[in-house]
Design a protein around this ligand. Structure first.
Ligand SMILES: *Cc1c(COP(=O)(O)O)cnc(C)c1O
Length: 228
């Protein structure tokens, strides 16, 4: 077991002054590793793969708050709807509507974060500003049809680069967009308050740029081996 409880405690104390939450990203990691962080007090865990999350949820304590942070296909929403707390990477109206439909079947409300593309790489998912505006304008006129999803904020991934200035700029831009979306669409809705930015390599920058939720994996669990 290569988990790092010291790093966990250090991250928690770094988050404290910002009142930010930690999503411990446990993808590809065994149950024992999650149980060890659970024993240390962690309750929010993030996963990227539907099948893996479904299996882990069934095997682990019921009071874990599961966050799905990966790219989600509409046809798989039904597997997560019974239990998932927050879905971080909602990148289309179609997906939002499907989450609403599946959550309704379980009489649940699922928190959704809208993923915005901020990185220079083409490969990262997410909406551009125009697509985000379109989705929100639609939502603004159809809120009453979407009572089983709660748009709780925005999510983004910075470019994978050592260039801190670039990473900071990308986070900064998303924070500004968050502010304008808040003012325009969610001024009176307290639940729109999350900015999910920051991973192992860049979470300290993300905190300085307004993160309320960092998603940290390898720093806590060790490097991932996808071939095991
Ligand atoms: C894997 C993953 C993380 C965690 O990445 P680390 O670099 O291991 O901290 C965070 N966010 C998303 C969307 C991920 O897929």
């Amino acid at each position: 077991m290569a988990i790092n409880i010291n790093a966990y405690q250090a991250v928690l104390s770094q988050l404290k002054p910002f009142s930010a939450q930690l999503v411990a990203v446990s993808k590809t990691k065994p149950l024992e590793d999650i149980e060890a962080f659970y024993a240390a007090g962690q309750r929010i865990f993030g996963e990227n793969y539907v099948q893996e999350l479904v299996e882990k949820q069934a095997a682990l304590p019921a009071d874990i708050q599961w966050h799905f942070i990966g790219h989600l296909q509409s046809n798989k929403v039904k597997y997560l709807a019974p239990f998932v707390h927050t879905i971080h990477a909602v990148d289309s109206l179609k997906l939002l509507q499907e989450i609403n439909k599946q959550a309704a079947k379980h009489q649940r409300v699922i928190n959704c974060l809208l993923q915005v593309h901020i990185a220079a790489e083409e490969t990262k998912f997410g909406m551009d500003e125009q697509e985000l505006q379109q989705l929100l304008s639609w939502w603004n006129n159809h809120q009453s049809e979407l009572t089983h999803v709660r748009i709780a904020g925005l999510m983004g991934m910075a470019t994978n680069t050592d260039n801190e200035t670039q990473v900071r700029q990308e986070f900064h831009q998303l924070h500004q967009l968050f502010g304008s979306v808040k003012t325009t669409f969610f001024n009176t809705q307290d639940y729109f308050r999350e900015l999910s930015i920051g991973m192992s390599a860049d979470y300290t920058i993300a905190l300085e740029e307004g993160s309320t939720m960092v998603r940290i994996g390898s720093l806590l669990f060790g490097e991932r081996n996808y071939n095991q």
